[in-house]
Each structure stands twice: as C-alpha cells, then as structure tokens.
Design a protein around this ligand. Structure first.
Ligand SMILES: Nc1ncnc2c1ncn2[C@@H]1O[C@H](COP(=O)(O)OP(=O)(O)O)[C@@H](O)[C@H]1O
Ligand SMILES: [Mg+2]
Length: 282
C-alpha cells in the first residue's frame, strides 16, 4: 500500500481536482484506491458522488486507535461503466474543523492519528486530500504519507508557497528518519502561455529534481468532471483524452510505474500560441 498525501496551504491550486484525477486513472488501471478526504469542505467527498455520509474520517481522529479508519471506507458513487475498479472513500465531515482545534489541545499523538488509523487498510493506493492550511489536519496527512505531493499552479505567489511547504515537509522528514519522502511537485493548471512555462521552469530550478516532468494543463474537462461527481473518463468532450494522459503520466511518475507517457507530447505544437494569452482551456 502506498499513501500519497497532496498538499498546499494555498487553496484553489487543484489539490482536490488532482486527487480525483489520480483516483480516476489509478482505478481505471484496476488499482484498489481509497481516497481520504481531510478537508472539512468535503469537495473530494462530493466529487466522488457521496453526500451526507454517516461514517467520516472525523470518527477516526477522535481518539487514537490502530486501524480505526478501516471500517469507515465506503464505496464511491463512481461506476464500473467508467473505471475498472471504482475507488473507495473515507469521507470528510464539517466536524473536522472543530476536531483540528481539539487535536491542538492534545499533547500526545495529535500528529499521527491518521497514520495509526490507516494501519491495516487493504488498498494499493491511498490518496489523502488536505485542507488549504498547514494545520494539524494537513500535518496528520503528512505523517500518514509514504510520499507527499505538492500541488501548485505556475505563478509568482504560488512559487513562494511551494518553498514554504517543501521546507516544512523536509523538517518533518528529517526528524522522522527520512519519512515521508517528498514524492514531487506537480504543476497544475498550466496555461498555454509563455508565462506559464516560465514559472514551470522557475520551479524546476528552485527545487532541482523535485518538479515532475509531466504536468497538468488547465482544462475545463477537469472542472466539469468534479462538478458532475464523475471520473474524467465518463465525460465525452474535448480535452478528456489529453487530461487522462497527463494524469496517468503523473501517476506513473509518482508510483514509479513503467509506461509513463510524457506530457511533452501535449506540449508539442504549442509554440504558435506562445505569444497569445489563450488559456488552453480545452
Ligand atoms: N487542471 C485544471 N484545469 C482547469 N481547472 C482546474 C484545474 N485544476 C483545478 N481546477 C479548478 O480550480 C478550482 C480549484 O481547484 P481545487 O481542486 O478545488 O483546489 P484546492 O483543492 O487546492 O483548493 C476548481 O474550480 C477546479 O475546478
Ligand atoms: Mg480542495
């Protein structure tokens, strides 16, 4: 089992969208995927077609108990018509916001309750979606991870935020014998403009070896899939095949799977657009 936790203290960079996208391509490959929604806003929960869940991750964080999250996993609303093995979900609850404050008052184990709760879970891949803050929920996500994935947009302010989170994850790993590892920085919402590519290169220079080669372009298909609570494969529109290829390449790079398709293919032929401000929203 590999636990990947997707983080960025900034909201709106695409953590949830990429969690849902990776869940879609991994489950299309037949992997047993469990999504853990740690954000009280519950966007990953509704993106997986679940509303008002009875069991939520909040119950597992209430006290420290080995494997307490296992019984909380439920089927997502995604169908085998679209992905080989639809993911399972450990849902979020608005109560998580209050749980974070309660955790802060607990001097013991407030950082690794999720790690303990996930012990013994049967899955190939666990994807943890974090809230847009570096509070104890995100810290629990980081402590539970084998690999931390930083999601960012290519932009000036986003670049600063990435340095901050990379620093924090490195600090945690240094104190814990190198765990979790920084699995990589995934650049999301890459527009087809010179500026977007400039910030992608800047990030790669600032964090050598950490920025994944495959990246994810700005594509309306991804927003639509999440809004309709469907895996990206279920949509019939332009940009779906390209989005699937990009997400699959990111998944392969993160898991070290063979057959990663490079995003170079989709970036080829952009040159004619370099001077325009077209957003690549296909
Ligand atoms: N690659 C993308 N292309 C187009 N829109 C995207 C992409 N990634 C995210 N978005 C949109 O950006 C907004 C924020 O994304 P979200 O996943 O909710 O971010 P976060 O979870 O980091 O707060 C949403 O409206 C989402 O649909
Ligand atoms: Mg989110």
């Amino acid at each position: 089992m590999t636990v990947l936790t997707l983080v960025n203290q900034k909201g709106g960079v695409g953590k949830t969208t990429v969690v849902l996208g990776l869940a879609a391509v991994a489950s299309a490959r037949g992997l047993r995927v469990v999504v853990v929604d740690l954000d009280p806003q519950a966007n990953a929960t509704s993106g997986l077609g679940v509303w008002r869940p009875e069991a939520t991750i909040d119950q597992a964080l209430a006290d420290e108990r080995v494997g307490s999250a296992i019984g909380l996993a439920m089927p997502s609303g995604w169908s085998t018509d679209h992905v080989a093995r639809p993911p399972q979900l450990i849902a979020s609850s608005p109560a998580l916001a209050a749980r974070e404050q309660q955790l802060a008052a607990d001097p013991f184990g407030s950082q690794d309750r999720l790690r303990v709760a996930l012990q013994g879970l049967h899955a190939d891949l666990v994807l943890v979606d974090c809230p847009p803050a570096l509070g104890l929920l995100t810290v629990n996500g980081i402590f539970a991870a084998d690999g931390v994935v930083v999601i960012t947009e290519p932009g000036a302010w986003s670049v600063d935020g990435v340095a901050q989170i990379v620093h924090n994850v490195t600090r945690i790993a240094e104190r814990r014998g190198g765990s979790p590892r920084l699995a990589g920085i995934v650049v999301n919402k890459v527009p087809r403009t010179r500026d977007g590519r400039y910030w992608h290169q800047q990030l790669a220079e600032l964090h050598p070896g950490l920025v994944l080669d495959p990246f994810i372009r700005h594509r309306a298909a991804l927003t639509e899939a999440a809004a309709q609570s469907l895996p990206i494969h279920a949509l019939q529109r332009d940009g779906v095949a390209e989005a699937v290829a990009e997400l699959d390449a990111v998944l392969c790079a993160l898991l070290g799977l063979p057959g990663a398709e490079s995003s170079d293919e989709t970036s080829a032929g952009d040159d004619s657009l370099e001077n325009g401000d077209f957003d690549g929203d296909v």
